[in-house]
Design a protein around this ligand. Structure first.
Ligand SMILES: *[C@@H]1O[C@H](CO)[C@@H](O)[C@H](O)[C@H]1NC(C)=O
Ligand SMILES: *[C@@H]1O[C@H](CO)[C@@H](O)[C@H](O)[C@H]1NC(C)=O
Ligand SMILES: *[C@@H]1O[C@H](CO)[C@@H](O)[C@H](O)[C@H]1NC(C)=O
Length: 573
């Protein structure tokens, strides 16, 4: 989960927001295109050809006269220049098109400048599903002018994500303009990425996760406490609010050792800045789409897709914490920041060149990225879990039975026992199949390479439509059904491991996967010990999905929370 958020912010097609804009642009472009071409095809000296264009457009006589009175002012040279510019403008808008025809890859037909972005469902991940239905498991799209090969074929994904990860597919697309986060693990490339990944990997061993489990428990108690009054008053819950607060608390304390109480203090600057990091400025998205060659210039000027005020905030926070811990001989912290500081100190002592530790700047970037990548993905996973359970009460009852037998008398939730719960694992996995928070990931090929008979040219982006892959009816019969039994012991062996990628896979998969699963499972189990979720009038069915950012509904999910002891069944137990 954690690594993907970096990608997904890049993929924030803020479609609906600017669909209007796109549609109106398109209208202009189309109208413009035909008259420009007519002018170009006929003599450039002017008068008559332009006149025909205008007549064809059936403009009013008045308008024509105005145009005619205006045009002759242009000299012959001006005309040449104008037409050349128009020609370049048109050619520039479409000269990347045609790649997929050459490669024999199907896909929607692109429109000048906009590529195929306007041709698919504004909810990009649903668009992926529709394209999969039309074109099969491999197709090509153009994000503005950029061709991207979409691969939803498990065999090919194994080659791309695992076998050829280090040789060809090490990196994701680099949007540049990464500001201060350029050296965070999700954005770093090649050797730098490998070095950072190697240093960070031991920060997420089971031993360390177990230590962080104690921190998580502290926050999960706060979560269940806060639910008590809400259940008693039978309030309608905005599910994301309660799980978002939990997720933020866990991430802040596990990343920085900052203990905050998001539930009672939602205006904490940490929350504001972490959410700000997720907002991808629309104009920058257009800019990189239309004029990618300008990016180095903008980068030079310090333009960043991550707001500088927010990255600065985290930078100051990390520096402050480091200064506080420096010299203090108090209790050793267990958070990721401390882990990175320690590993830096170790590498300084050993002075081995190949084991170079993180620089101060890299430490700040990793801590910030960890925070912002983990926060929203985990909150959204818990929210969808609650929704799926509320809509499938028999599954919830089954899960609660497993919880009660694993932790009798609403006993303490212990780490080992939690990790061994089979049905819980199936439920979580099935919810991540139906709603993977990160709906797409991607890789870029470093060299031209042929895989499964398909040539992927150098520098082409390969897009992996995780959401659509999880809904491929041949891989997942009745894909819309929420059915945890797909992951039962008996059925599990029929699952193609490359058909299920909520955390990606291979050497560049989500480093925080186990961490995230533990924090999600803990919260879910503790809540379900005492409460049940149920749909209510305010619950939206089916969900209308948000075109922007992570997999999420437009309207926040609303559910009712019911105290379990008030349920009639528990009387017989
Ligand atoms: C920690 O303290 C030492 C000496 O007091 C100082 O040299 C060092 O720069 C400090 N490090 C940080 C990260 O503040
Ligand atoms: C659920 O998914 C996780 C991570 O993808 C995997 O390790 C685990 O084996 C899966 N569990 C089942 C029951 O399939
Ligand atoms: C569940 O309720 C019991 C009894 O009211 C209480 O002792 C326990 O702490 C609660 N557990 C959680 C996780 O809220």
């Amino acid at each position: 989960m954690i690594k993907h958020a970096g990608v997904c912010r890049q993929q924030r097609l803020l479609h609906v927001v600017f669909l209007q804009l796109i549609v109106s642009c398109q209208g202009h472009l189309r109208g413009g295109e035909c008259s420009y071409i007519t002018a170009y095809e006929t003599t450039p000296s002017g008068w008559r050809s332009v006149q025909t264009v205008q007549t064809r457009d059936q403009r009013s006589l008045e308008e024509q006269e105005a145009v005619m009175g205006f045009l002759p002012v242009f000299s012959f040279e001006t005309w040449i220049l104008l037409i050349t510019l128009i020609y370049i403008f048109i050619m520039y808008g479409q000269w990347t098109f045609g790649v997929f025809e050459k490669l024999g890859v199907p896909g929607p037909k692109p429109i000048m400048y906009m590529g195929t972005t306007t041709k698919q469902n504004p909810v990009y991940y649903i668009g992926d599903c529709e394209n999969a239905q039309k074109y099969g498991r491999i197709w090509g799209v153009y994000e503005f002018r950029k061709p991207m090969l979409v691969v939803a074929d498990p065999d090919m994904l194994r080659t791309i994500l695992v076998k050829e990860c280090f040789t060809y597919f090490t990196n994701r697309r680099n949007f540049r303009m990464n500001g201060d986060l350029y050296d965070s693990m999700s954005l770093a490339e090649d050797d730098q990425w490998r070095r950072i990944r190697n240093i960070l990997t031991p920060a997420f061993t089971s031993g360390r996760i177990k230590e962080m489990y104690r921190i998580m428990k502290h926050h999960s108690h706060k979560l269940t406490d806060s639910l008590q009054s809400k259940a008693q008053n039978v309030e309608v819950l905005t599910v994301k609010d309660i799980f978002g607060a939990y997720s933020m608390d866990v991430m802040a304390s596990c990343a920085f050792g900052v203990d905050m109480d998001s539930n009672t203090n939602p205006s904490n600057p940490l929350i504001t800045h972490a959410s700000k990091l997720f907002k991808f400025p629309i104009f920058l998205f257009f800019l990189q789409g239309f004029f990618p060659f300008l990016l180095p210039l903008y980068e030079l000027l310090g333009v960043s897709i991550f707001p500088k005020s927010s990255t600065d905030f985290f930078k100051k926070l990390v520096e402050k914490i480091r200064a506080e811990r420096n010299g203090s001989t108090g209790q050793k912290s267990e958070d990721v920041l401390q882990y990175m500081i320690d590993s830096q100190a170790t590498s300084e002592r050993t002075k081995e060149k190949h084991k170079e530790g993180l620089t101060d700047h890299e430490i700040i970037s990793q801590a910030t990225m960890f925070m912002f990548a983990g926060y929203e993905t985990s909150a959204s996973t818990l929210t969808f879990l609650a929704y799926n359970l509320a809509r499938n009460p028999e599954v919830m009852k089954h899960l609660q039975k497993e919880i009660d037998s694993t932790f009798p008398n609403k006993g303490l939730v212990q780490y080992e026992a939690l990790m061994q719960m089979e049905y819980l694992d199936s439920v979580v996995n099935e919810s991540l199949r139906v709603y993977p928070p990160v709906a797409r990931t991607e890789r870029v090929t470093k060299e031209t390479v042929k895989i499964n008979g398909i040539t992927i040219p150098k520098d082409m982006a390969v897009l992996i439509p995780i959401y659509a892959l999880h809904r491929d009816p041949e891989l997942w019969p009745e894909p819309e059904e929420f059915n945890p039994d797909r992951f039962s012991k008996k059925n599990k062996q029929n699952i193609n491991p490359y058909a299920y990628l909520p955390f990606g896979t291979g050497p560049r998969n989500c480093l925080g996967m186990r961490f995230a699963l533990v924090m999600v499972k803990l919260a879910l189990v503790e809540v379900l010990q005492n409460y049940s979720f149920s749909v209510c009038e305010e619950t939206e069915i089916p969900l209308q999905m948000n075109p922007e950012g992570l997999t999420a509904p437009i309207q926040p999910i609303k559910l009712k929370l019911v105290m379990r002891c008030t349920e009639p069944e528990s009387v017989d137990n």
